[in-house]
Design a binder for this molecule. Structure first.
Ligand SMILES: [Fe+2]
Ligand SMILES: [Fe+2]
Length: 472
């Protein structure tokens, strides 16, 4: 078991104090990170005391410590899951050979690209969420937002550690650039589209943490299967934090649905009447779901991808839970994919390696289905007949095979005319955004909660809901 060193400026379990060059490089990046955090991190609240958990080790039981801290004083550390003795490359052409402890020269560019792309999403989401603190529905939610934000900051640290330790000067340059790009900025945008989309209300935040952080889970799992061992170990530890982000999203929507159901039981299902009670109507929840889910589907990349094939072939990136598969090489075998040909949907057999993005997306889709099912249980328990659903993966895509082709939420090809006439039933309208925005008022009294969301079933770390999760 590795020992965590919590005494220096950068808490870590990678023996930073014995690597003076690396330590100096990271210590010179640290103030720039703090500048970025002050400029682009949570707006306001930087001087408040937030009840946060901090990673202090990688032991299953004792990795987190809870306490009130000011966010700029959060101890962002570098933690890698422990090294597995004799770990082998889990997939591709080098399957079964020793995993790499250093970057193989021929894979340097590809690995750096993967790490930068992952790393870029972390500060991007903090930027997207930076104003949400001002309209939090409760102190409990406010604290959860900040917990997600500081951990995304730590994820950035994790990727920057890899860039600094293994990629020399270009790694250091990339680490600087990660603090220069800005979500939604026309001149220097973040790398992936979803991470430039505005996330301006809490319904979006809960959808984002449900669907977009879940993309993170699958990407991290795929990178945890990398033959480049330090990347694998970094991602394995990040996954422990990621599950809390998805918990925040899933239970957030659960509570919005619960409140909606309670109001429907009182005044009936008509959206206007639900809105008159200050709750969010189910059609609006569905439209937000459609928007964030489909945007997150795009993050997996094109359905047919020669990049994904070569990442897999080279052992740089595996599948979700690679060990559950029998064949780790995948030179034979096909994937049955639905594609559009001459304005019709047809089945096509794609070589397995070319379909790696789609295989990862399959796991994601079924994970999302389970989530929506749990949301529907809330409606069921409240005695409602309405249900939420996951739209077909072809609907509303901006990337890949189905991009810019019109499909309905069931996945049927439709005309531009039909799309235009029904779009507002499927995706949020300006009026929907405005309505949700009109509900966004801060509730900062301990134990109180906004009208549009039910209180959580339990607090954080066995604290009650009334606990002062954020204080001046
Ligand atoms: Fe993250
Ligand atoms: Fe996350």
């Amino acid at each position: 078991m590795s020992v965590a060193d919590l005494s220096g400026r950068i808490p870590n379990n990678v023996n930073l104090k014995d690597d003076k060059r690396l330590l100096r490089a990271l210590e010179s990046w640290q103030p720039k990170y703090i500048d970025w955090w002050m400029e682009m991190g949570p707006d306001g609240f930087q001087a408040d005391q937030i009840y946060l958990r901090t990673a202090i080790s990688v032991d299953r039981d004792g990795w987190a410590q809870f306490g009130h801290v000011k966010m700029p004083e959060y101890r962002w550390g570098i933690f890698l899951a422990d090294r597995e003795d004799g770990r082998k490359i889990p997939c591709g052409d080098h399957y079964g050979k020793d995993a790499w402890q250093d970057v193989p020269g021929e894979h340097r560019n590809a690995l750096r690209r993967m790490i930068v792309t992952q790393g870029d999403t972390e500060p991007a989401s903090v930027e997207q969420q930076r104003r949400l603190g001002q309209t939090a529905p409760s102190l409990y939610d406010l604290r959860n937002l900040f917990q997600v934000n500081v951990e995304e900051g730590r994820h950035l640290w994790a990727m920057v550690y890899l860039l600094h330790s293994y990629f020399g000067r270009d790694g250091r340059e990339e680490a600087e650039d990660l603090l220069v790009r800005r979500s939604g900025n026309a001149d220097k945008p973040r790398i992936l589209t979803t991470f430039n989309d505005p996330c301006e209300d809490w319904l979006s935040f809960f959808m984002f943490t449900t669907f977009t952080d879940r993309d993170g889970k699958f990407q991290l799992h795929a990178l945890a299967e990398s033959g480049f061992d330090p990347l694998s170990r970094t991602c394995r530890f990040m996954l422990t934090e990621e599950s809390h982000h998805m918990f925040v999203g899933e239970t957030g929507i659960q509570r919005v649905v619960k409140r909606c159901a309670e109001v429907m039981n009182k005044v009936g299902p008509e959206p206007d009447r639900v809105r008159a009670e200050g709750a969010i109507d189910l059609p609006t929840i569905q439209k937000y779901l459609n928007m964030w889910y489909t945007s997150s589907l795009d993050l997996f990349g094109g359905e047919k991808s020669s990049n994904a094939a070569s990442y897999f072939a080279e052992g740089l990136k595996g599948r979700f839970m690679e060990s559950k598969y029998d064949d780790h090489v995948c030179v034979d075998g096909h994937y049955d994919m639905t594609v559009v040909q001459d304005d019709r949907l047809v089945q096509e057999q794609i070589p397995l390696r070319i379909a790696m993005n789609e295989i990862l997306r399959d796991g994601y889709v079924s994970d999302c289905e389970n989530t929506v099912e749990r949301w529907n249980k809330v409606l069921e328990r409240e005695g409602r007949e309405e249900r939420l659903y996951l739209p077909n993966r072809r609907f509303n895509r901006r990337v890949g095979e189905y991009a810019n082709i019109r499909f309905d939420p069931q996945g049927n090809l439709i005309s531009e005319h039909e799309w235009t006439s029904k779009r507002d039933q499927w995706l949020p309208t300006t009026a929907d955004f405005a309505y949700v925005k009109s509900l966004m008022h801060p509730v900062v009294e301990p134990g109180k909660i906004a009208s549009w969301i039910a209180p959580p079933q339990k607090g954080i770390n066995n604290q009650p809901f009334e606990f002062e999760y954020v204080r001046k």
